[in-house]
Write a protein of this length. Structure first.
Length: 98
C-alpha cells in the first residue's frame, strides 16, 4: 500500500510551547488536547497518518482537517469555532420560600 508523504506542519517555537502547555494543563478539554496532539505529531516527519489516526481515535480526514485549520488560523485552530444560534442566557436562581 502506497502511503502519501504527510504534509508537515511547521510549528514555531511559540506555537509548540502553547500546544505543550495545553496538553500538560489538567483542565484542558479532551477535544482540544486531541487536536494539540495531532498538530504536534504532524510536525514530526516520521509520522504515519494512519497510525496517528488510530492512536487518537479519529479518521484520516479529521487529521488533515486539523492541519488545514492550523494553516489557516494558527494555534487557535485547536479551539472550537464559534457556533451559530442564540447565545445561552443564564439567569440567577429564583428565590423561593425557605
Amino acid at each position: 500500500m502506497r502511503r502519501r508523504q504527510p504534509h508537515l506542519v511547521q510549528l514555531s517555537r511559540l506555537d509548540r510551547a502553547r500546544l505543550d502547555t495545553l496538553l500538560h494543563n489538567g483542565k484542558t478539554q479532551q477535544r482540544i488536547a486531541r487536536r494539540a496532539r495531532i498538530l504536534l505529531a504532524m510536525s514530526d516527519p516520521t509520522t504515519v497518518v494512519e497510525d496517528l489516526a488510530r492512536s487518537v481515535g479519529q479518521a484520516r480526514n479529521s487529521i488533515w482537517s486539523v492541519c488545514r485549520r492550523y494553516e489557516q488560523w494558527g494555534v487557535d485552530a485547536v479551539f472550537d469555532a464559534p457556533r451559530s444560534g442564540r447565545p445561552q442566557e443564564l439567569s440567577p436562581p429564583a428565590a423561593g420560600p425557605n
